[in-house]
Write a protein that binds this ligand. Structure first.
Ligand code: PLP
Length: 293
């Protein structure tokens, strides 16, 4: 069983006790209705936080992004403090590991009810993150099919919202496996580097550390943000920029970053090796894993 809390996620009257809005449930038992729009249409949003040595990471940044996703989907205004309380409570209840994750899910709720559903769940990912950080991952470049300015051009496509509709993000991993790779870097249809299906992309060119600009309809990565703080403190010049696909070949190091994985070096792109900076990867991951919030 994993620790799980159902939370009523929208702002309640001032006198409503926070504790009364959090319900610890048995994650082995069914808790979500078959009529819930999160289940029937993938109509909802989520966040995954890393928990290191019992401390959930970048909670403010994750809550901020959850609020942005909610607004993009026209979900009701969320009570982020109730969700924050549920995150800390679930971490307390969770089986202790050095590293584990907490998932926050908010759906549009049961069709016609107008009441959002939300739950917060602690889980231990099966992936071997330590091995990925040490050995790196092979990626393939896959076209996402949209131009890089899709977010401004067609905001109804919800590019850049962290929605529950991740079937495509999983399908591309199966395509990567068919091509003998571990992961994917999405490109825009007009030739720009974007992000992974569950990770941000960071490139190093000498003293410059760059990540694709989020205006291209990609997620602002909380781990990329924390990694940029590390890189800036270490004397690198960091920036969000537009990066042409070919620039991945010229980088002197590249990483995928996400809340569970931290900095994972990319060692191969479409079957061609690219350089890995093991020392910088180790130092960056040491800093990320030493965070206390
Ligand atoms: N981009 C996408 C599409 C993601 O799904 C994720 C995380 O799951 C990220 C980037 C990285 O975000 P974070 O570092 O906040 O986990």
């Amino acid at each position: 069983m994993s620790a799980c809390i159902i939370v009523s996620p929208v702002e309640a009257s001032a006198e409503a006790e926070l504790a009364a809005r959090l319900h610890v449930v048995d994650s082995d038992q069914p808790q979500v209705s078959v009529l819930d729009l999160g289940v029937t249409r993938g109509d909802g949003i989520f966040e995954v936080l890393g928990v290191i040595n019992g401390k959930p990471q970048a909670v403010d940044a994750h809550l901020r992004r959850l609020g942005v996703s909610a607004a993009m989907l026209d979900l009701p205004k969320l009570d982020l403090e109730a969700i924050r309380a549920a995150i800390y409570q679930v971490v307390e209840l969770a089986e202790k590991h050095d590293e584990f994750s907490v998932k926050v899910i908010v759906t549009r709720g049961i069709e016609g009810s107008g009441v959002a559903t939300a739950w917060v769940l602690a889980f231990k990912a099966p992936d071997d993150f330590a091995a990925e950080r040490a050995e790196g991952v092979k990626v393939v470049l896959l076209d996402r099919g949209y131009p890089h300015d899709i977010a401004a051009r067609a905001p109804w496509l919800l590019a850049g919202a962290k929605t529950l509709s991740y079937a495509v993000n999983k399908a591309v991993l199966r395509e990567a496996a068919r091509r003998g790779a571990d992961d994917v870097v999405f490109t825009s249809s007009d030739g720009y580097l974007l992000e992974g299906p569950s990770a941000s992309l960071i490139l190093k060119f000498g003293n410059k550390i760059w990540t694709p600009a989020t205006a291209q309809g990609i997620l602002p990565g909380t781990t990329q943000g924390a990694a940029f703080e590390y890189f800036a403190d270490a004397g690198f010049a960091t920036a969000q920029v537009l990066l042409r696909t070919e620039q991945l070949w010229d980088a002197d190091a590249a990483w995928l970053t996400s809340s569970g994985r931290m900095l994972v070096p990319i060692c191969e792109v479409d079957g061609r090796p690219i350089p890995v900076d093991h020392a910088l990867t180790e130092a960056g991951n040491a800093a990320l894993l030493a965070r206390t919030n």
